[in-house]
Design a protein around this ligand. Sequence first.
Ligand SMILES: NC(=O)c1ccc[n+]([C@@H]2O[C@H](COP(=O)([O-])OP(=O)(O)OC[C@H]3O[C@@H](n4cnc5c(N)ncnc54)[C@H](O)[C@@H]3O)[C@@H](O)[C@H]2O)c1
Length: 417
Amino acid sequence: MNERKIKIGIFGLNRGMANAKAIKLCGGDIIAVCDKNDERRRAFKERIEPKCTVFDDFDSLIKCGIEAVYIANYFPEHAPYAIKALEKGIHVISECTSNGTMAEGVALMRAAEKSSAIYMLGENYPYMLFNLEMQRIYQEGSLGKILFGEGEYNHASPSTDPNAVRSLYDSEMHWRNYLPATYYLTHSLAPLMCATHSVPKRVCALPVFSPKEGEDIITASRNGDALAIMTVLNDDGSVFRITGHSTFGYSENSYRLACKKGQIENVRGTDGKVMLSYNSWHTPSGAKESDLYYPHENEVDAPLAAQTGHFGSDYYMFKDFFDCIRTNRKPYLDAFVATTMASVGILGHRSLLKLGEPMDIPDLRLEQERKKYENDTLSPFYAYEGKMSPSVQVCSKDDFCPSDDKVQRFKKAISKN
Ligand SMILES: NC(=O)c1ccc[n+]([C@@H]2O[C@H](COP(=O)([O-])OP(=O)(O)OC[C@H]3O[C@@H](n4cnc5c(N)ncnc54)[C@H](O)[C@@H]3O)[C@@H](O)[C@H]2O)c1
């Protein structure tokens, strides 16, 4: 790697630690990290980067000479930190979701617009090989216009191992216990948007209530909805059917772009193959009517990507971010795309609570649309060290909550003693 190294800091050392390798392989120089958790700071220095400076507060991190920051703190708390960095001209790659409230989405859009720095949503699923191939084929044009897209992120976990639970939660009020089914949707929606550039305008969401069951399950989740099915109407007239974070059937991610002349999808159970199919009368000359194949990966990137998580997508995501910085290019996953997806999650939840009532998705590039939401701080989460408490119910059933026994078992599992 001969390109200029990018001096980067990492904020949040759970996911942040897992992505250090991808950052380094792509030419990132991790000069500082920040986490309030002593053990994680120590582990980072010992295992990953002995020379980096460690901080326990974000303000020190962004004053120490970094040109970019990877924001990987709690799920609903990314926006204020992204804004602080953008105000200092520091490039931001922010984990999903970009903003936990509509008001934060407005503030983030305003800050990104004013800043000279690049904002990119660190959403890795569009960088999976099959999704990159679906983007390439769609954008090359032979399938014609998108009519219908499907995106499923389906990730179940047994939650019976106390160590695994401890690695994901640091308190009963942790965001994972208060996560509604629609909020974590970028893994489903972003691959479809990255391919088609369709922009959501309206969402309807329906819940499937099915709480985790079993004596040995360790959970204090306030959400009993196993999934939400969201139907999204886009600016180009197409419709997407997506999930948020969901647990049903068998864990996998699947995507389909159904277009005027044919379709492309990643095929379940084929370990990453895509199926490209045209109607016979639309098949381009020299192409097969139906082709099931592994996407090509170039020999320079393949061995590097193979060392990183999420089927190599973590590598391709940072490669793109650093390339944007080096060439001063705006990423597709910019603040507008990121906050639009967050709006689908937040307003999709309001739709879900009203069993599918349609909600319009604002265009946060427009000041008059921003005005409607600039004070909308409704949130299902505890956040900002207790400064924010839930103001919206988490689950489709308003009386759902874990039993006292479950909460005690959960607290025992996450305590160190
Ligand atoms: N794209 C993916 O595939 C993927 C995978 C996992 C997680 N994520 C996302 O990454 C983000 C982080 O996930 P996670 O699993 O690491 O979350 P986590 O809650 O387990 O860890 C967050 C870390 O941030 C630290 N932190 C939080 N607030 C802080 C503050 N104010 N000051 C200092 N440190 C602070 C915590 O101590 C903790 O170590 C989330 O948004 C999540 O959605 C994405």
